[in-house]
Ligand binder design. Structure first.
Ligand code: TRP
Length: 370
């Protein structure tokens, strides 16, 4: 419930696209705000409520892990209340049906538990199980113009890359739905990548306009930008499951080794960290560095003239070592899917309770009868 300057972004995010809608001049302000927020969080974690989520379109991978998952657990462990949403309705923005939805959602639950999301402190829930959240979409839609929806740069980018023959109404309106995701529980802190900033700005606008038109029910949430540098796929392109260049958290050590073995490198035997001129090699160096909590330059120096083979050995070992405990926990939870499903049921019960309370406040503010 803090007031903030306009949202800005220094880094590409881990979300669905790499749209870059904001001027670079705004970067310094965003970084300052991020540092300020971190100080506020450390001083009073209980003043914050985090909302984050991952579209259930495939398994979570290392890009998600270093981009956002890791940070959620950090915030949770600092004492911030964390809501993790599986936005199953939002998965329908750029596809007609979500393939194997139940299996994908179970995979996400396993990933969350394996990385350390603690269901006794954090709430995991999904869109379609929380009716009162979805109902907020209607009053919220009345607070935004069609022109505003059409201007959203992330939506425009997603339409350009959509696999659908025509663009659905959901594609234009999902950022408003996302405002409901955040505001139903009065979330005030949203860890995001750059592509999500236009959505956050819209959420703030909706919260403000609702207050102006009716009553100040909602906070204007802050974006917390990911500080992690962008991790590319093993082919040097955007990391994505559909491109076959992503290392899933749940992959085996052998699958991981195979993927890294096939990774793109270059002809220079001397390994260096220079993302501008050597993106593929530098990305592998960065991956090892993130896994070992080291500076990428130190990793490059360690490998020196060892060439691509040694680089790949180093990366494979770093990834498999980092993921080993996560994978072991994941396998353990997978043996008890009854428990895993009960985590979602309990999260949904809590989300419903909160959403119904908020909807009651909204009804009151709007003066509707029941
Ligand atoms: N749009 C987000 C993404 O594609 C997912 C998401 C849905 C989300 N609802 C949210 C993220 C609410 C944060 C808060 O990555």
């Amino acid at each position: 419930m803090t007031t903030v300057p306009p949202l800005t972004s220094p880094l590409p995010g881990s979300g669905t696209s790499a749209a870059s809608p904001l001027p670079p001049s705004a970067v310094a302000g965003a970084l300052r705000r991020g540092a300020e927020l971190e100080r506020e969080i450390a001083a009073a974690p209980d003043r914050f409520r985090v909302v984050t989520g991952d579209r259930p379109t495939g398994p979570l991978h290392l890009g998600h892990y270093f981009g956002t998952l890791h940070n959620r657990v950090r915030l949770q462990d600092l004492g911030v209340e964390v809501f993790v949403l599986i936005p199953d309705y939002q998965a329908l923005t750029d596809r007609d049906v979500v393939d194997r939805l139940a299996g994908t959602m179970e995979g996400l639950l396993l990933d969350y538990l394996a990385i350390g999301i603690d269901p006794s402190r954090s709430t995991i829930f999904n869109h379609s199980a929380v009716p009162a959240l979805n109902q907020l979409l209607l009053p919220f839609l009345s607070l935004v113009s069609v022109a505003e929806l059409g201007r959203n740069p992330t939506v425009k980018d997603e339409i350009a890359h959509s696999r659908q023959a025509s663009v659905s109404g959901l594609m234009y309106t999902y950022p408003v739905h996302q405002a409901a995701d955040i505001l139903f529980c009065k979330g005030n802190l949203v860890p995001v990548g750059q592509d999500q900033l236009p959505h956050l700005e819209l959420t703030r606008t909706i919260a403000r306009r609702f207050g102006e038109r009716y009553a100040p029910v909602f906070p204007q949430p802050d974006a917390l930008l990911s500080a992690a540098p962008l991790l590319l796929g093993t082919d040097g392109g955007k990391m994505s499951k559909s491109r076959g260049n992503a290392i899933a958290l749940g992959a085996t050590a052998d699958e991981t080794a195979r993927l890294i073995k096939g990774a793109k490198t270059d002809a220079d035997r001397n390994v260096s960290y220079d993302p501008e001129s050597r993106p593929a090699v530098s990305n592998l160096v960065l991956l090892a560095a993130l896994c070992r909590d080291l500076d990428p330059h130190d990793i490059a120096e360690e490998i020196g003239g060892g060439g691509a083979a040694m680089l790949k050995r180093t990366v494979t070992e770093a990834v498999n070592t980092r993921l080993a405990p996560i994978r072991a926990r994941r396998a353990e939870y997978a043996r008890d899917m009854g428990y895993v499903r009960s985590v979602l049921r309990a999260g949904n019960a809590r989300a419903n309770e909160i959403a119904e309370r908020t909807l009651e406040e909204v009804r009151e503010a709007m003066g509707t009868l029941r």
